[in-house]
Design a protein around this ligand. Sequence first.
Ligand code: SDX
Length: 438
Amino acid sequence: MASDSLTIVDNRTGKQYELPIHYGTFPLYGASIRGADLKKIKISDDDFGLMSYDPAFLNSASCQSGITFIDGERGILRYRGYPIEQLAEQSNYMEVAYLLMNGELPTKTQYDDWVHGITHHSIVHENMKEVFHGFHYDAHPMPMLISTLAALSAFYPASRNVMDPDVRKLQIYRLLGKVTTLAAMAYRHTKGLPYVMPDNDLSYVGNFMNMLWRMAECRYTPNPTLEKALDVLFILHADHEQNCSTNTMRIVASAESDPYCAAAAAAAALYGPLHGGANEAVLKMLRQIGSMDKVPQFIKDVKDRKAMLMGFGHRVYKNYDPRAKVIKRLAEEVFEVTGKNPLIELAVELERIALQDDYFVSRKLFPNVDFYSGIIYEAMGMPSEYFTVVFAVPRMCGWLAQWQEMILDAEQKIARPRQVYTGVAIRDYEPIEKRRAR
Ligand code: SDX
């Protein structure tokens, strides 16, 4: 009997099965059995075989991936093997996007080609303005971003040929280039401001700031501290393995849908308050709490299940989210330029009290990436409805890297989970006049 195997005895039949155990890079992280191997376990020949029932994928791996590694117990996050702290400190978002997509950091030539390709695909078709004009003045910017990402599919019908590597490369450039433009258009639409087209001489993040905030000046010059801070935030948000939106990207794209529609679906998943929408919800929560003296009562409400501490807890991290640590430090640098956002003190106090409280300690609930990010965005001048958009923009490279990896993975097929049917077994149809209300 192989030592790297699992022996299962089916007590219904007394039969014994040996299932191989597979490993990823780390033997203690990612040991798995193949779900399909369970099908062998049957009570009779016409039995479908055993399945694993795992609502919300609490303990199921849906893919093998070489992009992002998280050790949630120890609070570790690495992109392609590089610790997130090193990338945040020493790299920049464009380089990180290349790394996620291609597996290695770029040479100077590769970097220049990459940036050129993205920069020169950032303008959107004039008709896109008409799409925006269709939205009400107070539309939430996330549905605007989601809709216009999907609308790109209508502008680029050739993008459906997802099996062609050149087609994929072009759509990757377009999506990375245009996501900042669409995101900025959504912002300007809500403000009633004219759209600003990209400035190719600025950095990726500097140009995003230009499209958000340029007014009457001939040339927009981003504040270097804020540009750097936003770039670091982009690095921290770039990918996070199989989170809800990335899984959505993979699932939609597994049907060979084009990447625009798949990215729109991913952004729709991100919009939810339990996922990327939490950054907006954190600010709402902090405002509702309002002052330091209300913090203990709010914590009590959370423990009584009358409220939720938004920006806390994570499916994978059972320790401090390493991104939240970097963001908390970054806030101080941003405040040097913008002035202090008074909500930071409330957030720090909430964290202090929560991390001493058995409710949070016993459930291993720590601040996640969304706890402090909104406080920075607000200090920069963004409204809270816009925060999830600023999450979606840098996550685009993660979605695309995971999409590309899925397409190239020979084991992947259309995503199609099984179910455990619990409905009525069978019954006869009754004409409407004979039916009773049930
Ligand atoms: C992101 O997956 C990713 O990687 C996502 C992300 C990324 O980069 O892509 O990291 C980005 O989405 C961050 C998460 C943002 N969401 C929030 O901040 C919303 C608040 N957090 C929770 O809703 C929750 O912690 C989740 C959704 C993040 C995780 O949910 P799980 O893994 O399903 O855990 P759970 O809801 O089953 O919670 C376990 C226990 C429960 O208590 P019991 O019923 O077992 O007694 O912890 C409690 C929960 O009630 N709990 C909380 C809580 N989070 C969990 N209680 C109060 N406040 C919270 N925030």
